[in-house]
Ligand binder design. Structure first.
Ligand code: SAM
Length: 354
């Protein structure tokens, strides 16, 4: 019997709203805020305002595992949370259609203390149809998720709890997941281990649906004197009139199933990206930036500035005035994973091609 029937019912109502609401963003923010409020209140996990958010973070071999307190703060990023929930919901629906009558297994790697992308969906899908494995590096986070699941009477939806480094985790072969759900990333896939975790887990469950389905990174030259200081989410500006004069340099890296299949499984140092060539810039105020687009699943896409993860990052290695120069991107693996750009040739008038 659920200990807290009222909160479980309210969480289900708010989850349905977060999945379906299409009106103004302010209202979506309020819906997600209430939803996260329930998770927080039943978890007993509180962010200590006196404590630094970095306290309790762990540097792992494949990137930084942010602290439980910082992970808790991610939940309130309403557009991120809503679109990841929608993506996970859409992936589960797809898996249910592909496997009628069977149980869909979701492996949630990097749950944080609220398992924000899983617990709400446990109120929507019955445990006979969908089972979750909840994994995080930090015991404090798993302890908090256990408390939430137990308080809300959702124990039957959880197959297991795992405290481990997801990049070292061996999935039990008899319980291969249908869905790999993971949000352990920051802007432009820097610092955190999203690439390492997804690559390691997909290698063991190659047929699983990934959520997010893809993370695409593109380079643009941005006229920094022209671009508004105010951050305008691209999904609120479909005609692009608030993004004046950006010059596309093309895609530089993608994390997706197709990309993972293409990378050599034994590569531990660098993953290949794409190359770009600099055009003549109209003004010196143009600077190169990385832009991130996250397709959580199906039609659910986070565009530039929709959330922190899709903010923009200046590329410091590139001198934008060197028209004709080419740069090769690669993704550096390790404790501080990130995209790096290296000069790979010059096609400027009078220069030699390397
Ligand atoms: C950005 S937070 C996201 C939390 C939650 N997924 C959400 O969306 O609200 C990333 C979480 O992944 C966990 N994490 C990071 N690296 C990990 C690793 N190598 N193995 C297991 N968990 C990891 C962190 O401890 C943190 O709880």
């Amino acid at each position: 019997m659920p200990t807290d029937v009222a909160n479980t019912k309210e969480l289900k109502r708010l989850t349905n709203e977060a999945l379906n609401y299409t009106g103004p963003r302010g209202i979506l923010a309020a819906i997600v805020d209430e939803l996260v409020g329930i998770l927080e209140s039943v978890s007993g996990f509180r962010v200590d305002q006196e404590q630094s958010l970095t306290e309790g973070e762990t540097v792992c071999d494949d990137g930084l595992a942010i602290s439980p307190a910082q992970a808790a703060c991610c939940a309130g990023e309403y557009q991120r949370t809503a679109f990841f929930l929608r993506g996970a919901h859409s992936a589960i629906m797809q898996a249910l259609v592909a496997n009628p009558g069977g149980v869909v297994r979701v492996l949630y790697a990097g749950s944080g203390p609220y398992a924000t992308l899983a617990v709400p969906l446990m109120t929507i899908f019955p445990p006979e149809k969908v089972k979750f494995t909840i994994l995080d590096l930090h015991p404090e986070s798993i302890q908090s998720v256990r408390a939430i699941v137990s308080e809300l009477g959702l124990e039957c939806s959880v197959e297991s709890y795992v405290v481990t480094d997801a990049c070292k985790y061996t999935i039990p072969p008899r319980g291969l997941p249908d869905i790999l759900l993971c949000e352990t990333m920051s802007t432009a896939l820097e610092k955190e281990p999203q690439v390492g975790i997804t690559r390691h887990l997909l290698g063991q469950a190659p047929d699983a649906i990934m959520v997010p389905e893809s993370v695409r990174i593109e380079a643009f030259l941005v006229n920094t004197s022209d671009e508004p200081d105010m951050i305008i989410p691209e999904s609120e500006d479909p005609s692009g009139c608030r993004q004046p004069n950006r010059i596309s340099l093309g895609p530089v890296f993608e994390l997706s199933k197709a990309a993972i299949r293409y990378w050599a499984p034994t590569e531990t140092h660098r993953l290949p990206g794409q190359s770009i060539r600099l055009p003549l810039i109209p003004e010196p105020s143009y600077r190169p930036f990385l832009f991130t687009t996250i397709n959580t699943h199906g039609e659910h896409v986070l565009l530039t500035h929709d959330c922190n993860l899709t903010g923009i990052r200046e590329i410091m290695e590139i001198d934008p005035v060197a028209a004709g120069d080419s740069y090769q991107f690669s993704y550096q693996l390790g404790q501080n994973p990130r995209l790096v750009a290296e000069a790979s040739g010059s096609h400027a008038p009078g220069s030699r091609t390397d």
